[in-house]
Design a binder for this molecule. Structure first.
Ligand SMILES: C[S@@+](CC[C@H](N)C(=O)[O-])C[C@H]1O[C@@H](n2cnc3c(N)ncnc32)[C@H](O)[C@@H]1O
Length: 345
């Protein structure tokens, strides 16, 4: 059965990687069917009701996604072709007798200049002719047309509560300190690291605990290390506010007070000497020693994700990591983040 993730346009690759990582965490039997701009279609094997349920629980943890759809059809993004496809497609797996529907179309960037409202009306008419009643305000089933390089038509089975991430914006937390990642980015990285609720997640430069909070909210136990007492108190306030399972330690990321291979994953954004202060003899020493320590405390087959403004390949390789993937995220004209996904064999 085909399912589609309507992805956010925040990054070209991270939303797709996040969705695929969540399918892996959930242990789903799937293959990637096709990937369009902001739309990932996967073919998932299994009993439909159970797959739907698993996708709903994935939607609860996704950050860079809007909706998850059960796909009814895929065709070229052209109004007549779309209408013909809907006319000839069976929608019995999407709506049952007596249930109401609404059709919503989403144009992705420049891929089409179709009039969305007109298309919604035409497709709505096709569904009406199949014997169902529309309800524009309170429909039981929302059919969606994702208008990207191709048109993906399906019914929404789960939607991502993006407002929850806005509500956790750094300045809305009990303790705020500038220069932190937005929760959606922290959550996407948590997901890409494949973190499960039974995992222990470590951030050796935890600051105000933005990374740890997102890992904690999906049920992981978290450990944070921070060199500045005032900031660590702030991290404590933030994590207590959201009631996550956490331990915080004051100390130096160059000498981590943890035993070897005791954490399942690491997600961190070390200071680059710009907004966040470096507490070390030099940036080079901080990176060299902290990467060695990250490698030491991470369990085998564990993932470490490091966000930095400078290339970290050399430090990562010298410490023993394998580089799985690197992403570039342009935040604004003068800030580009490099995101390294590292693996300990
Ligand atoms: C970019 S900030 C991390 C922001 C964090 N992700 C958050 O959500 O607030 C880097 C943090 O590393 C801390 N730091 C600097 N040098 C350190 C060291 N040697 N050991 C541990 N933490 C250090 C800084 O005080 C700062 O809070």
């Amino acid at each position: 059965m085909l399912y589609a993730f309507e992805l956010s346009g925040e990054h070209e690759q991270i939303p797709r990687a996040e969705a695929l990582a969540c399918l892996d965490v959930e242990g789903m039997d799937y293959s990637e069917h096709v990937f369009f701009d902001q739309c990932l279609v996967v073919d998932i094997l299994g009993e439909t009701a159970q797959v739907d349920e698993q996708l709903r629980s994935i939607a609860d943890r996704l950050a860079m996604c809007h909706h998850v759809l059960k796909v009814a059809g895929i065709c070229p993004t052209d109004p007549d072709t779309i209408r013909d496809m809907v006319e000839s497609t069976s929608i019995t797996g999407h709506i049952t007798t007596g249930k109401t529907y609404v059709v919503r179309a989403k144009r992705i960037k420049h891929h089409t200049n179709i009039n969305s409202a007109q298309l919604e009306g035409r497709v709505g008419g096709s569904i009406y002719r199949k014997g169902f009643s529309a309800d524009l305000k309170n429909a039981d089933v929302v059919f969606r047309l994702i208008l990207s390089e191709q048109c993906v038509f399906g019914s929404i089975i789960a939607s991502i509560d993006r407002s929850a991430y806005e509500a956790r914006a750094p300045h809305k937390k009990p303790f705020f300190y500038p220069g932190v990642l937005m929760p959606r980015v922290a959550r996407a990285l948590t997901n890409i690291a494949g973190i499960r609720s039974e995992n222990v997640v470590f951030d050796p430069f935890c600051g105000t605990a933005g990374m740890l909070l997102e890992a904690g909210l999906i049920g992981a136990s978290t450990i944070g290390l921070e060199v500045r007492a005032k900031i660590l108190t702030g991290a404590q306030m933030n994590l207590e506010w959201f009631d996550t399972d956490h331990s915080l330690i004051i100390g130096d990321a160059c000498q981590v007070p943890l035993v070897d291979e005791c954490v399942d994953a690491i997600i961190t954004d070390p200071p680059y000497g710009r907004s966040a202060r470096i507490e070390a003899e030099s940036l080079h020493h901080l990176y060299e020693a902290s990467f060695t320590e990250m490698y030491r405390v991470l369990a085998r087959e564990g993932t470490a994700i490091v966000v930095s403004e400078m290339p970290v390949e050399e430090y990562a390789l010298n410490a023993g990591f394998v580089i799985r993937k690197e992403y570039v995220q342009r935040v604004h004209r003068s800030l580009t983040r490099l995101i390294a996904v590292l693996y300990k064999e």
